[in-house]
Design a protein around this ligand. Structure first.
Ligand SMILES: C[S@@+](CC[C@H](N)C(=O)[O-])C[C@H]1O[C@@H](n2cnc3c(N)ncnc32)[C@H](O)[C@@H]1O
Length: 398
């Protein structure tokens, strides 16, 4: 068996230049050689090899040993797709429970790079450009999608039923629509979507109503709950998780429950590195600025701007803008200005194991972990979801 890194070297695949759909096809083909999904990628994988290395098409069939930190499971219990994949936090959780990812999409090149380094697969790009017919069959659709407003105001179920078109059409032009059209065509037995807590109150509740109604119209029973990551990692992070079960398979009989929280015991001090580089300590200028800013707001009766973290407690929510000044999570230091977290500490704050490779700049890494998920929380939900999926006796598992 050839090592994945060796074949990339032999084919001279420089990852920075090969984050395109050609390599996405090839890597998806390789990853799926042992299941039927490879057919979806074969033709374009061959074309890609022929384009940049004519005459080596037989490399398509090489048997690969994945020397990445998170290789595909040898024997998969179920198959899933990973949309709006970011750096694969959701994938990690489902893969840990024996799932095989058969398709992924993410359009940001820096995120693709981190994804490939860890999972040995380059995600496909813009989901709006991907035909649902080109997506392999799967048991679970997973997506942490960006929240966008819908253009129509205050649709009620009654109104929608009276319309020529249902709710699906109301979501046209949004990224949720892409999830819905894939669900409509591929009909996986279950799905899990993740979003910010505010999705529920967005546009006076209209956005969430349209989402729920669309999923209902597509034939799924929907369960949704806001869950906090602080029971699994030392970070207060509330996110809405929406799961759905196909009614014609589960007959409304699913006994799915969101996981019970374990006792909260994670502390910030547990994720800190021993000797972080001095560059993470705030400069006098920035620290003075943050304090002045906070004082001004305090005087006006607003909350304070920065978050000096209690080392025995949990932090505020890390956002994708953490790279700007780190203000929301600052670590106090004796005799020094506070410091921001290192990218590795951010990874730990989201529950990523230390073997997770961070191949990008600090700024990109902060964005990536801030955009990602609390892996153990997602894994707890995944455990409950998979229990239900496996109850249908593989009847609908492809
Ligand atoms: C909230 S993040 C999801 C992060 C992910 N759950 C993780 O664990 O890293 C949403 C992601 O969707 C990606 N995205 C936005 N629009 C997209 C599109 N049209 N096609 C593909 N990816 C897109 C963004 O680049 C971003 O990484």
């Amino acid at each position: 068996m050839t090592k994945y890194s060796d074949i990339k070297k032999a084919l001279d695949i420089n990852i920075d230049k090969h984050l395109n759909d050609g390599f996405a096809n090839l890597s998806h083909y390789w990853q799926n050689q042992e299941n039927g999904a490879s057919q979806y990628f074969k033709l374009r994988a061959e074309e890609y090899l022929d384009e940049f290395k004519p005459g080596v098409e037989d490399q398509l069939y090489i048997s690969l040993k994945y020397d990445v930190p998170f290789p595909p499971p040898a024997k998969a219990k179920f198959k899933f797709i990973d949309l709006f994949a970011g750096i694969g936090g959701i994938r990690l959780a489902y893969q840990n429970l024996g799932g095989k990812c058969v398709f992924t999409s993410e359009w940001n090149n820096f995120a693709k790079k981190t994804y490939e380094a860890n999972f040995g697969e380059v995600p496909f790009g813009d989901i709006t450009q991907i035909k649902e017919t080109n997506i392999p069959d799967h048991d679970i659709l997973l997506a942490g999608f960006p929240c966008q407003p819908f253009s129509i105001a205050g649709v009620s179920k009654k109104n929608a039923l009276g319309r020529k078109h249902g709710f699906l059409d109301e979501t046209q032009g949004t990224l949720f629509f892409d999830i819905a059209r894939i669900l409509k065509h591929k009909r996986p037995p279950v799905f899990m979507l993740e979003n910010v807590k505010n999705l529920r109150s967005h546009d006076k509740g209209n956005t969430f109503k349209v989402i729920q109604s669309t999923l209902d119209e597509l034939g799924y029973n929907v369960h949704a709950e806001v869950l906090d990551g602080k029971y699994y990692v030392p970070q207060h992070r509330e996110r809405i998780i929406i799961v759905g079960f196909r009614r014609d398979i589960f007959n409304n009989q699913e006994t799915f429950k969101f996981p019970k929280y374990p006792v909260q015991k994670a502390k910030i001090k547990d994720i800190l590195m021993e000797d972080p580089d001095g560059k993470y300590t705030l400069s006098d200028k920035l620290w003075n600025y943050l304090q002045d800013y906070a004082n001004k707001h305090k005087a006006k009766g607003n909350g304070f701007g920065f978050g000096l973290t209690d080392l025995n407690g949990v932090s505020r929510t890390m956002s994708a803008r953490y790279y700007k000044d780190g203000a929301e999570i600052l670590i106090p230091q004796d005799g020094l200005n506070p410091r921001r977290l290192t990218p590795r500490e951010c990874a730990r704050l989201q529950g990523f194991p230390d073997k997770f490779i961070i191949p990008v700049s600090d700024n990109q890494a902060y964005r990536q972990f801030g955009n990602s998920v609390t892996v153990p929380l997602i894994q707890a939900v995944a455990g409950e979801l998979i229990k239900e999926l496996l109850k249908i006796n593989g009847k609908h598992i492809k």
